[in-house]
Design a protein around this ligand. Structure first.
Ligand code: C2E
Ligand code: MG
Ligand code: MG
Ligand code: MG
Length: 276
Protein backbone atom coordinates (compact mmCIF):
# COMPACT_ATOMS: atom_id res chain seq x y z
CA UNK A 1 0.00 0.00 0.00
CA UNK A 2 2.81 2.38 0.86
CA UNK A 3 4.28 1.79 -2.56
CA UNK A 4 1.00 2.68 -4.18
CA UNK A 5 0.69 5.91 -2.19
CA UNK A 6 4.20 7.02 -2.89
CA UNK A 7 3.57 6.43 -6.55
CA UNK A 8 0.50 8.67 -6.48
CA UNK A 9 2.46 11.25 -4.54
CA UNK A 10 5.20 11.18 -7.11
CA UNK A 11 2.66 11.63 -9.91
CA UNK A 12 1.15 14.70 -8.30
CA UNK A 13 4.56 16.27 -7.80
CA UNK A 14 5.54 15.49 -11.34
CA UNK A 15 2.33 16.95 -12.73
CA UNK A 16 2.66 20.03 -10.58
CA UNK A 17 6.22 20.49 -11.71
CA UNK A 18 5.18 20.21 -15.36
CA UNK A 19 2.37 22.66 -14.78
CA UNK A 20 4.72 25.08 -13.10
CA UNK A 21 7.25 24.76 -15.90
CA UNK A 22 4.52 25.35 -18.42
CA UNK A 23 3.29 28.43 -16.55
CA UNK A 24 6.77 29.92 -16.20
CA UNK A 25 7.38 29.42 -19.91
CA UNK A 26 3.99 30.89 -20.79
CA UNK A 27 4.75 33.95 -18.66
CA UNK A 28 8.16 34.53 -20.21
CA UNK A 29 7.24 37.02 -22.92
CA UNK A 30 4.97 39.09 -20.72
CA UNK A 31 7.59 39.14 -17.98
CA UNK A 32 10.26 40.27 -20.44
CA UNK A 33 8.05 43.09 -21.73
CA UNK A 34 7.09 44.11 -18.19
CA UNK A 35 10.71 44.37 -17.14
CA UNK A 36 10.25 41.66 -14.49
CA UNK A 37 13.72 40.28 -15.24
CA UNK A 38 16.21 42.26 -13.19
CA UNK A 39 19.91 42.43 -13.86
CA UNK A 40 22.17 42.30 -10.81
CA UNK A 41 25.86 43.13 -10.75
CA UNK A 42 28.21 41.13 -8.57
CA UNK A 43 31.53 42.92 -8.06
CA UNK A 44 34.83 41.36 -9.00
CA UNK A 45 37.69 42.60 -6.86
CA UNK A 46 41.30 42.81 -7.93
CA UNK A 47 43.42 41.12 -5.24
CA UNK A 48 46.48 43.25 -5.85
CA UNK A 49 44.87 46.47 -4.59
CA UNK A 50 41.49 45.20 -3.39
CA UNK A 51 39.75 47.64 -5.71
CA UNK A 52 36.78 47.03 -7.98
CA UNK A 53 37.84 45.23 -11.15
CA UNK A 54 34.39 44.94 -12.72
CA UNK A 55 31.20 42.96 -12.32
CA UNK A 56 29.30 39.93 -13.54
CA UNK A 57 25.71 40.46 -14.67
CA UNK A 58 23.34 37.92 -13.07
CA UNK A 59 19.65 37.78 -13.86
CA UNK A 60 16.75 37.36 -11.40
CA UNK A 61 13.02 37.11 -12.06
CA UNK A 62 10.86 39.43 -9.99
CA UNK A 63 7.70 37.33 -10.30
CA UNK A 64 4.45 39.14 -9.36
CA UNK A 65 3.21 36.20 -7.27
CA UNK A 66 6.19 33.97 -6.55
CA UNK A 67 8.54 36.81 -5.58
CA UNK A 68 12.19 36.70 -6.55
CA UNK A 69 13.13 33.57 -8.52
CA UNK A 70 16.78 32.69 -8.91
CA UNK A 71 18.25 31.69 -12.28
CA UNK A 72 18.73 28.07 -11.26
CA UNK A 73 14.94 27.73 -11.19
CA UNK A 74 14.14 29.12 -14.64
CA UNK A 75 17.24 29.01 -16.83
CA UNK A 76 17.10 25.21 -17.28
CA UNK A 77 13.46 25.60 -18.47
CA UNK A 78 14.32 28.39 -20.87
CA UNK A 79 17.17 26.33 -22.26
CA UNK A 80 14.64 23.81 -23.56
CA UNK A 81 13.18 26.39 -25.96
CA UNK A 82 14.44 29.61 -27.49
CA UNK A 83 13.66 31.75 -24.45
CA UNK A 84 17.15 31.67 -22.98
CA UNK A 85 18.63 33.36 -26.06
CA UNK A 86 16.12 36.20 -25.81
CA UNK A 87 16.80 36.52 -22.11
CA UNK A 88 20.58 36.63 -22.57
CA UNK A 89 20.17 39.34 -25.23
CA UNK A 90 17.96 41.30 -22.84
CA UNK A 91 20.55 41.03 -20.06
CA UNK A 92 23.28 42.05 -22.51
CA UNK A 93 21.30 45.11 -23.62
CA UNK A 94 20.57 46.10 -20.00
CA UNK A 95 24.31 45.93 -19.32
CA UNK A 96 25.03 48.12 -22.37
CA UNK A 97 22.38 50.59 -21.24
CA UNK A 98 23.96 50.72 -17.80
CA UNK A 99 27.48 51.30 -19.12
CA UNK A 100 26.10 54.00 -21.42
CA UNK A 101 24.46 55.67 -18.40
CA UNK A 102 27.75 55.50 -16.47
CA UNK A 103 29.40 57.34 -19.32
CA UNK A 104 26.66 59.99 -19.51
CA UNK A 105 26.88 60.50 -15.75
CA UNK A 106 30.66 60.84 -15.94
CA UNK A 107 31.24 57.69 -13.86
CA UNK A 108 34.10 55.29 -14.09
CA UNK A 109 33.38 52.57 -16.66
CA UNK A 110 33.82 49.07 -15.26
CA UNK A 111 34.06 45.97 -17.41
CA UNK A 112 30.98 43.75 -17.11
CA UNK A 113 30.64 40.09 -18.03
CA UNK A 114 27.45 38.47 -19.29
CA UNK A 115 26.65 34.75 -19.23
CA UNK A 116 26.01 33.08 -22.58
CA UNK A 117 23.85 29.98 -22.77
CA UNK A 118 25.11 27.09 -24.86
CA UNK A 119 21.93 27.47 -26.91
CA UNK A 120 23.41 30.47 -28.74
CA UNK A 121 26.03 28.29 -30.34
CA UNK A 122 23.37 26.57 -32.39
CA UNK A 123 23.21 29.68 -34.57
CA UNK A 124 26.52 30.64 -36.04
CA UNK A 125 25.65 34.32 -36.48
CA UNK A 126 24.52 34.99 -32.91
CA UNK A 127 27.48 37.24 -32.16
CA UNK A 128 26.43 39.81 -34.77
CA UNK A 129 23.32 40.51 -32.76
CA UNK A 130 25.40 41.21 -29.67
CA UNK A 131 27.76 43.37 -31.70
CA UNK A 132 24.85 45.44 -33.05
CA UNK A 133 23.60 46.13 -29.53
CA UNK A 134 27.08 47.07 -28.28
CA UNK A 135 27.48 49.40 -31.27
CA UNK A 136 24.07 51.00 -30.66
CA UNK A 137 25.27 52.06 -27.19
CA UNK A 138 28.79 52.84 -28.44
CA UNK A 139 30.40 50.64 -25.80
CA UNK A 140 34.20 50.94 -25.91
CA UNK A 141 36.15 47.80 -26.81
CA UNK A 142 37.17 45.51 -24.00
CA UNK A 143 34.44 46.51 -21.54
CA UNK A 144 32.10 43.67 -22.41
CA UNK A 145 33.02 40.12 -21.60
CA UNK A 146 31.12 36.97 -22.56
CA UNK A 147 31.20 34.03 -20.15
CA UNK A 148 30.84 30.57 -21.51
CA UNK A 149 31.00 27.15 -19.90
CA UNK A 150 32.13 23.85 -21.29
CA UNK A 151 28.46 22.80 -21.40
CA UNK A 152 28.53 24.22 -24.94
CA UNK A 153 29.86 20.77 -25.80
CA UNK A 154 26.78 18.98 -24.48
CA UNK A 155 25.33 19.84 -27.87
CA UNK A 156 27.13 18.80 -31.00
CA UNK A 157 29.31 21.89 -31.22
CA UNK A 158 32.85 21.13 -32.29
CA UNK A 159 36.00 22.53 -30.78
CA UNK A 160 36.73 24.20 -34.14
CA UNK A 161 33.34 25.89 -34.21
CA UNK A 162 33.66 27.21 -30.66
CA UNK A 163 37.24 28.33 -31.32
CA UNK A 164 35.95 30.32 -34.30
CA UNK A 165 33.24 31.91 -32.16
CA UNK A 166 35.83 32.97 -29.60
CA UNK A 167 38.02 34.48 -32.31
CA UNK A 168 34.98 36.32 -33.64
CA UNK A 169 34.25 37.66 -30.13
CA UNK A 170 37.73 39.15 -30.09
CA UNK A 171 37.29 40.68 -33.56
CA UNK A 172 34.13 42.31 -32.30
CA UNK A 173 35.92 43.74 -29.24
CA UNK A 174 34.51 41.39 -26.62
CA UNK A 175 36.55 39.57 -24.02
CA UNK A 176 35.84 35.94 -23.35
CA UNK A 177 35.97 33.96 -20.16
CA UNK A 178 35.65 30.28 -19.35
CA UNK A 179 33.11 29.99 -16.52
CA UNK A 180 32.90 27.32 -13.81
CA UNK A 181 36.35 26.17 -14.78
CA UNK A 182 37.27 22.83 -13.25
CA UNK A 183 33.73 21.76 -12.41
CA UNK A 184 33.46 19.49 -15.44
CA UNK A 185 35.59 16.89 -17.12
CA UNK A 186 37.46 18.48 -19.97
CA UNK A 187 38.41 21.90 -18.65
CA UNK A 188 42.17 21.53 -18.77
CA UNK A 189 42.19 20.40 -22.39
CA UNK A 190 40.09 23.38 -23.41
CA UNK A 191 42.85 25.77 -22.31
CA UNK A 192 45.09 24.62 -25.13
CA UNK A 193 42.29 24.94 -27.68
CA UNK A 194 40.83 28.33 -26.87
CA UNK A 195 42.18 31.79 -26.71
CA UNK A 196 40.22 32.93 -23.64
CA UNK A 197 41.12 36.04 -21.67
CA UNK A 198 40.02 34.78 -18.28
CA UNK A 199 39.21 31.59 -16.45
CA UNK A 200 36.78 31.60 -13.57
CA UNK A 201 37.74 28.90 -11.09
CA UNK A 202 34.60 27.18 -9.89
CA UNK A 203 33.58 27.71 -6.29
CA UNK A 204 33.82 23.94 -5.69
CA UNK A 205 37.61 24.36 -5.55
CA UNK A 206 37.31 26.56 -2.48
CA UNK A 207 34.58 24.74 -0.58
CA UNK A 208 36.97 22.50 1.30
CA UNK A 209 40.49 23.84 1.28
CA UNK A 210 41.44 21.66 4.24
CA UNK A 211 41.98 18.62 2.01
CA UNK A 212 45.74 18.26 1.72
CA UNK A 213 45.84 18.45 -2.07
CA UNK A 214 43.24 21.18 -2.51
CA UNK A 215 45.64 24.10 -2.23
CA UNK A 216 48.20 22.50 -4.53
CA UNK A 217 45.63 21.96 -7.27
CA UNK A 218 44.47 25.57 -7.17
CA UNK A 219 48.01 26.90 -7.03
CA UNK A 220 49.02 24.85 -10.08
CA UNK A 221 45.99 26.09 -12.04
CA UNK A 222 46.82 29.70 -11.24
CA UNK A 223 50.45 29.13 -12.29
CA UNK A 224 49.29 27.48 -15.50
CA UNK A 225 46.97 30.39 -16.27
CA UNK A 226 49.86 32.78 -15.63
CA UNK A 227 52.03 30.92 -18.12
CA UNK A 228 49.24 31.07 -20.69
CA UNK A 229 48.73 34.82 -19.99
CA UNK A 230 45.17 34.13 -18.93
CA UNK A 231 43.64 36.10 -16.05
CA UNK A 232 42.11 34.24 -13.13
CA UNK A 233 38.94 34.88 -11.15
CA UNK A 234 38.14 32.80 -8.06
CA UNK A 235 34.39 32.31 -7.68
CA UNK A 236 32.28 31.93 -4.57
CA UNK A 237 34.82 33.37 -2.14
CA UNK A 238 33.35 33.81 1.33
CA UNK A 239 36.17 33.92 3.89
CA UNK A 240 39.28 35.88 4.81
CA UNK A 241 41.31 32.64 4.81
CA UNK A 242 40.42 32.06 1.18
CA UNK A 243 41.44 35.64 0.34
CA UNK A 244 44.79 35.27 2.15
CA UNK A 245 45.55 32.06 0.29
CA UNK A 246 44.50 33.45 -3.11
CA UNK A 247 46.68 36.54 -2.60
CA UNK A 248 49.63 34.38 -1.72
CA UNK A 249 49.34 32.38 -4.94
CA UNK A 250 48.71 35.51 -7.07
CA UNK A 251 45.16 34.91 -8.20
CA UNK A 252 44.12 38.06 -10.10
CA UNK A 253 40.52 38.62 -9.03
CA UNK A 254 37.86 37.26 -6.71
CA UNK A 255 34.10 37.29 -6.81
CA UNK A 256 31.99 36.18 -3.87
CA UNK A 257 29.93 37.01 -0.83
CA UNK A 258 33.08 37.92 1.13
CA UNK A 259 33.17 41.19 -0.79
CA UNK A 260 29.59 41.45 -2.00
CA UNK A 261 26.44 39.67 -3.09
CA UNK A 262 25.04 40.53 -6.51
CA UNK A 263 23.69 44.12 -6.36
CA UNK A 264 21.27 46.29 -8.34
CA UNK A 265 23.11 48.69 -10.67
CA UNK A 266 22.71 51.68 -8.33
CA UNK A 267 23.92 49.67 -5.34
CA UNK A 268 26.90 48.46 -7.34
CA UNK A 269 27.76 52.06 -8.25
CA UNK A 270 27.71 53.12 -4.57
CA UNK A 271 29.71 50.05 -3.62
CA UNK A 272 32.33 50.73 -6.29
CA UNK A 273 32.49 54.43 -5.34
CA UNK A 274 33.25 53.49 -1.76
CA UNK A 275 35.82 50.84 -2.60
CA UNK A 276 37.38 52.58 -5.57
P1 C2E B 1 27.63 31.58 -12.56
O1 C2E B 1 27.74 32.29 -13.85
O2 C2E B 1 28.76 30.68 -12.19
O3 C2E B 1 27.44 32.72 -11.47
C1 C2E B 1 27.91 32.66 -10.17
C2 C2E B 1 26.85 32.20 -9.21
O4 C2E B 1 27.42 32.04 -7.91
C3 C2E B 1 25.71 33.21 -9.01
O5 C2E B 1 24.52 32.47 -8.74
C4 C2E B 1 26.15 33.96 -7.76
O6 C2E B 1 25.09 34.60 -7.08
C5 C2E B 1 26.71 32.82 -6.96
N1 C2E B 1 27.69 33.28 -5.96
C6 C2E B 1 28.50 34.35 -6.03
N2 C2E B 1 29.28 34.45 -4.94
C7 C2E B 1 28.96 33.41 -4.15
C8 C2E B 1 29.43 32.97 -2.86
O7 C2E B 1 30.30 33.56 -2.23
N3 C2E B 1 28.87 31.84 -2.35
C9 C2E B 1 27.92 31.15 -3.02
N4 C2E B 1 27.41 30.07 -2.43
N5 C2E B 1 27.44 31.54 -4.23
C10 C2E B 1 27.97 32.65 -4.79
P2 C2E B 1 23.15 32.82 -9.45
O8 C2E B 1 23.01 34.30 -9.62
O9 C2E B 1 22.08 32.07 -8.71
O10 C2E B 1 23.33 32.20 -10.89
C11 C2E B 1 23.49 30.83 -11.08
C12 C2E B 1 23.89 30.52 -12.49
O11 C2E B 1 22.83 30.86 -13.40
C13 C2E B 1 25.09 31.31 -12.98
O12 C2E B 1 26.27 30.71 -12.51
C14 C2E B 1 24.91 31.21 -14.47
O13 C2E B 1 25.39 29.98 -14.95
C15 C2E B 1 23.41 31.23 -14.61
N6 C2E B 1 23.00 32.60 -14.99
C16 C2E B 1 22.78 33.68 -14.21
N7 C2E B 1 22.38 34.73 -14.96
C17 C2E B 1 22.37 34.31 -16.26
C18 C2E B 1 22.04 34.93 -17.52
O14 C2E B 1 21.72 36.12 -17.63
N8 C2E B 1 22.13 34.13 -18.63
C19 C2E B 1 22.51 32.82 -18.56
N9 C2E B 1 22.55 32.12 -19.70
N10 C2E B 1 22.83 32.22 -17.40
C20 C2E B 1 22.76 32.96 -16.27
MG1 MG C 1 29.07 33.28 -14.87
MG1 MG D 1 30.65 30.82 -12.64
MG1 MG E 1 29.83 28.70 -10.73
Amino acid sequence: EFGENSCVFYDICFTQKMKQEHELNAMFRGALENGDFKVYFQPKVSLEDEKTAGAEALVRWQHPEEGMISPGDFIPLFEKNGNICRLDCYVFEEVCRTIDRWRREGRKLFPVSVNLSRQHFKRNDFLNQFADVAAKYRIPEGLLELELTESIFFDDNSIAMVRESINRMHELGFKCSLDDFGSGFSSLGLLKEFDVDTIKLDRLFFLDMSKPKAEDVVECLIDLAGRLKVKTVAEGIETQEQIDFLKQIHCDMVQGFFYSRPLRAEEFEEWADRRG
